[in-house]
Ligand binder design. Structure first.
Ligand SMILES: [Zn+2]
Length: 143
């Protein structure tokens, strides 16, 4: 789950939870996100300042907490990545073409993974093709 601070066309700010970034894009596009103050569906992400801790003590605590969370995410992503590599077919930089072919029934339905540019990813998202990104892990040695 991810929380975004949103702002409507009347400048009302509010927080909303989404499954992920793509979920946010989809719900806003379908006008399923309404401003709780005026019911406006014309909402966008507000610019959000990073959370700033109040005292040096909270600072250290927040920092340790953030590191712990980051470590857990990296571990989880590492496992997920191993899974993907075992279960799915590697298609390299053909990912966008292949994902599209599967989506439109021109190729066998199967799990694939590979590389896509930001432009490719944006186009896939626009076409409503489901995929998700794995961050590159710095400690990965075998490539
Ligand atoms: Zn509003």
């Amino acid at each position: 789950m991810i929380r975004y601070r949103l702002i409507c066309s009347q400048d009302h700010e509010f927080d909303a939870w989404f499954r992920d970034g793509a979920g946010y894009e989809r719900q806003v596009k379908r006008q399923q996100v309404t401003c709780p103050h005026c019911g406006d569906v014309d909402v966008t992400k507000a610019i959000m300042a990073p959370g700033i801790a109040k005292s040096p003590d909270t600072d250290k605590f927040a920092e340790a907490k953030a590191h712990e969370v980051a470590r857990r995410i990296l571990t989880a992503v590492g496992k997920l990545r191993d899974n993907v590599e075992q279960e799915c077919e590697y298609v390299g930089d053909q990912f966008a073409d292949e994902a599209r072919a599967i989506h439109y029934g021109d190729a066998d339905e199967r799990g694939i993974y590979g590389e896509a540019s930001d432009d490719d990813a944006a186009e896939l998202e626009e076409e409503g093709i489901e995929f998700f990104r794995l961050p590159n892990l710095p400690q990965r040695r075998d490539n």
